[in-house]
Design a protein around this ligand. Structure first.
Ligand code: HEM
Length: 506
């Protein structure tokens, strides 16, 4: 069994002490145990301190740190550029195979999970056309507006029913982001906003993620337990089946006739794939099987929901924590759009304060600041003055790049003025180059323009509707501490805001 062979090879590699002593990575700075194990990073991840753990190692050991027998972290601009350069030969680590809706680590892989550069380039070409700003504005902007307005309306309703006038904005941003991406992927929204709660599909995602993490971190144990009678039947090992089952709806709606989709349930129900398949040349289109569509639909749901909604949540938190900024943003959106019919994504993009607030939120609270592991190409590379052998895993993380005082003055401080004309993020080449909330290069976020559209509309419609809102007493800095396993989330899980009583009348 090739799988068992790989596991034995990996385990032997980890435990062979004499091999560890000959490793060229021994020249790199790092904790002593990095020669033998990656376990401290796994444990930090389990305690939701993934990016923070590696950040602390950078603070202690510098921009290049060895973190495991064959694992290195880099936080230098040159190293970052080399690793993520378009056309560069660093491929994604196999780790990504564990982030899908299929059985842990098993194909078929979606765009996010693919590690083979040629496979990825083909798939990206096929799907990418649907995610440019122009395509999104032409095909989905009205739908996004509808979902954002429904979320803000839901917040208003919930606050009115609450004695203190409080509402959990994180919940509503999450439902909004879910309905947006499900409409694009499935042709029909999951209707989370209508139901007022997350679709049960996400429960299966959570269980599948836990199984994937177990399979990745403790492969032997996982494979053994999975094969045991009774316990091997536990939902933990089978959550992926429900996810793939739901994916069939995406397949069905990819066969619908594509015409300008308004995203409502009454439209044809055509989804992104209907357009992709219609426009791709038959040979390329033919490469997208039913299973591929089901996998992509699920994978985009995962990549496109909590990311955007947690970023919007932190945006509201950051703005309400700075009353002068709140007043300035409220005035900007209110005065520019006294006539709400003038609001459009293209117009929102031009608002300086809104733009600056979004960028600064993405710098300090971007939802995906985690390590992005890549594999050093055969022959090895020079990084930060050290030779890194081919096959080494090397990771960069936005968490550290975005908090580096070499690139940003007083980096931990939320200061949107950095992004205003003349601010350091518009004048400093290094500040711009280190900013990578959506990753970089050919594996950068395909949903970046959609995320910006949701962030712009979400923030503008919210601060226009709820002028003078404030943080609820429960929204303390402790409750908003960032936990991180891949994505960030507030430790308190909710962000409660007190809405003004006559909110939304405007
Ligand atoms: C604020 C919101 C978002 C943030 C911060 C974010 C961040 C990221 C990052 C850092 C990566 C690179 C991962 C890596 O290199 O390992 C990525 C990739 C990706 N994102 Fe996003 N994302 C966001 C929203 C979205 C949305 C809305 C979608 C859905 C359309 C999406 C879909 C994807 C996909 C499919 C990839 C893989 C792209 C590829 O490998 O070609 N993301 N995202």
């Amino acid at each position: 069994d090739p799988f068992i062979e790989t596991q034995i090879a990996t385990a032997t590699d980890r435990t062979h002490i004499h091999q560890a002593l000959r490793n060229p990575l021994n020249a790199l700075p790092g904790p002593w145990h990095a020669k033998f194990t990656t376990l401290p990073g796994v444990l930090a991840t389990l305690s939701k301190q993934q990016a923070q753990h590696y950040h602390a190692l950078h603070a202690r050991f510098g921009p290049l740190v060895r973190t495991g027998p064959r694992q290195v972290f880099a936080a230098d601009l040159d190293a970052f550029r080399a690793i993520h350069r378009v056309g560069g030969r660093f491929r994604k680590a196999d780790y990504y195979h564990y982030f899908g809706t299929t059985e842990a680590g098993r194909p078929p892989y979606g765009l996010f999970q693919m590690t083979d550069p040629a496979d990825h380039a083909r798939r990206r070409k096929l799907l990418g056309a649907g995610f440019t700003a122009t395509a999104l504005r032409g095909e989905w902007e009205d739908m996004v507006v509808g979902k954002v307005e429904a979320a803000v309306e839901g917040m208003r309703r919930e606050a009115m029913l609450d004695d203190e006038g409080e509402v959990d904005v994180r919940k509503w941003w999450n439902l909004m982001a879910c309905d947006v991406i499900s409409t694009i992927m499935f042709g029909k929204s999951f209707d989370a906003l209508k139901a007022g709660r997350k679709d049960p599909w996400f429960d299966a995602v959570m269980v599948a993620n836990q199984a994937a993490f177990a399979a990745l971190s403790f492969p032997w144990l996982y494979e053994v337990i999975k094969r045991l009678p009774v316990i091997g039947n536990a939902p933990f090992f089978h959550a992926h089946k429900a996810l793939m089952g739901k994916g069939k709806a995406a397949v069905k709606n990819s066969r619908q006739k594509w015409d300008s989709n308004d995203g409502s349930s009454s439209s044809s129900g055509a989804n992104l794939f209907a357009k992709v398949l219609r426009e791709a040349d038959p040979e390329e289109g033919g490469r997208l099987t039913d299973a591929d569509i089901a996998v992509e639909a699920g994978s985009f749901m995962i990549a496109g929901t909590d990311t955007t909604s947690n970023t919007l949540t932190y945006l509201v938190w950051a703005v309400l924590s700075h009353p002068d900024l709140q007043a300035a943003l409220e005035t900007e959106v209110w005065e520019t759009f006294q006539d709400p019919s003038l609001i459009s994504d293209a117009a929102l993009e031009k608002l300086p304060i809104l733009h600056a607030v979004i960028e600064e939120t993405l710098r300090l609270h971007g939802a995906a600041p985690m390590p992005l592991p890549r594999i050093v190409p055969p022959g090895g590379v020079e990084l930060g003055g050290y030779h890194i052998p081919g096959g080494t895993e090397v990771a960069t993380q936005a968490w550290t790049m975005h908090r580096d005082p070499r690139f940003y003055t007083d980096p931990e401080r939320f200061d949107h003025t950095r992004w205003l004309p003349g601010g350091e993020c518009t004048t400093s080449e290094a500040a711009r180059a280190a900013f990578a909330p959506f990753g970089a290069g050919s594996r950068g976020c395909i949903g970046k323009q959609l995320a910006y559209m949701e962030l712009r509309y979400g923030a503008a419609v919210f601060f226009r509707a709820f002028r003078g809102c404030r943080l609820a007493p429960s929204a303390t800095p402790e409750s908003m501490l960032m936990d991180n396993i891949v994505l960030i989330e507030p430790r308190g899980k909710v962000l409660k805001v007190v809405l003004p009583r006559a909110a939304g009348d405007a």
